[in-house]
Design a protein around this ligand. Structure first.
Ligand SMILES: [Zn+2]
Ligand SMILES: [Zn+2]
Length: 444
């Protein structure tokens, strides 16, 4: 029997042989950015690679997702290697699409390339593995363009606002046992960071409705919706000291409508809010306090308030037994001194947190050659060898560890990662966090 080390050496040699193609693919996606659920062209580019590899694929999953299965010699377990497809919106980014403002300011182009690279490396050894590998290009990781996504939801085209959440709901992860996905990070060192937790989030779309009137002639006839909103924001701020540091609560708001003319007291005012926290319990606690603060604004002015709460991401807790596998391979490849095991807790979020509710996940980070803050107009992948070729290798080597020798590595990870939610329970959890509530401020 071929040893795992021998298989890994063959996998890495193949990835090296294909390195130029992997780098070129990452660069091609970077120059053709598309935002979530709109990645039609990006999906076509991934499909072209699958076709060149001779793989059968399924497409149009949750709109734009694409998935190809590479069968092993026996099919005991399935490991998926994921690549994001979507970009952000930053119109003054050097690689922004001039028409849409879409830009790869989160490095997801390299994630699509590392998925392809891992697939290219594993393809020649699949008939020596006891399980399948699924290459999965997944849409809409960034939680943006909410109005548009809400409209899709109201039209029945999607239920959840994020790609992986929607794909889980649709059953597209039912045939997968565990997932590996590598995000980009800073310039490096470290060249790779293995593990870190991340906040979950809830979105609120808030609308205050009062009564408009001439601001000079008869302001006494008005109910100022904008003042109800600003009072509510102050009440939210008064809550901030009640959050535990360890829960990492972040509450952000953006006033999207505050009135139309200074001579007319606004009869309606709107804002978007994002509430982030480290656990579902802390998300719910912060959400209750925010709702109370919103009602306070409505009571003070006698306005109505409608609060539409939509689940964003669930908190990320990577599965350490799976991270152990990726960690060992990264150290073999990059050297101990270039690999950081724990990256700490991130205030930001990812829908890999959602996936981690239903299966073991590892979500390492790889250097990008760029030290600018992520989501800024200066952040893009400068070095696709660091950001795509390296993770292609350590994810593919990990797949060998998981699936060779009767897939015993995968069995161990499943056994040691502890219980996961079934699809129905996961969907029920997200639906429980969603709500639409209306309060009248003038009720006694
Ligand atoms: Zn991002
Ligand atoms: Zn990202």
């Amino acid at each position: 029997m071929t040893s795992k080390d021998e298989l890994k050496a063959r996998v890495c040699a193949e990835i090296d042989r294909q390195a130029e193609r992997i780098v070129a693919f990452g660069d091609e996606i970077m120059r053709n950015p598309e935002t979530g659920f709109r990645e039609h062209d990006t999906a076509r580019r991934v499909i072209k690679q699958f076709v060149d590899m001779g793989l059968e694929y399924r497409s149009g999953l949750a709109g734009t997702g694409v998935k190809a299965r590479m069968p092993g010699r026996s099919r005991r377990r399935t490991v998926s290697i994921l690549g994001e497809l979507d970009s952000l919106l930053i119109s003054d980014h050097p690689y922004a699409d001039p028409g849409t403002g879409a830009a790869h300011a989160c490095g997801h182009n390299a994630m699509a390339a590392s998925m392809l690279g891992a697939g290219l490396g594993l393809q020649p050894v699949m008939d020596e593995l006891d399980g399948d590998v699924v290459l999965f290009g997944v849409p809409a990781e960034e939680c943006i363009e909410l109005d548009w996504r809400m409209a899709l939801r109201e039209a029945g085209d999607l239920e959840f606002m994020l790609g992986k959440a929607e794909l889980i709901r649709l059953g597209e992860f039912d045939d997968i046992d565990m997932a590996l996905i590598t995000h980009t990070e800073g310039a490096g060192d470290p060249l790779a960071t293995m593990s870190g937790t991340a906040n979950g989030s809830l979105i609120k779309r808030v609308r205050f409705v009062g009564r408009s009137a001439h601001a000079g002639n008869e302001p006494w006839s008005a109910v100022n919706a904008s003042k109800a909103l600003t009072l509510a924001v102050s009440a939210v701020d008064a809550q901030r000291e009640t959050f535990r540091d360890s829960d990492m609560v972040r509450i952000s708001h953006l006033i999207t409508h505050g009135g139309e003319a200074v001579s007319a007291i606004p009869g309606a005012a709107e804002m978007e809010m994002m509430i982030r926290a480290r656990t579902v319990e802390a998300m719910e606690d912060a959400s209750r306090k925010v709702d109370r603060a919103l009602r306070a604004g409505s009571v003070a002015l006698g306005a109505e308030v409608e609060i539409n709460t939509v689940t964003g991401y669930l908190p990320l807790v990577p599965d350490e037994p799976l991270v152990d596998v990726v960690d060992a391979n990264s150290r073999d490849m990059l050297g101990d001194e270039h690999v950081l095991r724990h990256g700490g807790h991130l205030g930001s979020s990812t829908d890999v947190g959602d996936l981690g509710r239903v299966m073991p996940v590892a979500h390492p980070f790889a250097a990008s050659g760029n030290d600018a803050p992520m989501h800024s107009n200066g952040y893009f992948v400068r070095d696709h060898v660091l950001a795509a070729v390296n993770p292609a290798k350590f994810m593919a080597m990990s797949a060998v560890d998981l699936l060779a020798d009767g897939a015993s590595g995968a069995e161990e990870v499943i056994r040691d990662s502890g219980p996961k939610l079934g699809r129905d329970d996961y969907v029920a959890l997200r639906r429980r966090l969603d709500s639409v509530r209306r309060y009248r401020g003038d009720e006694e």
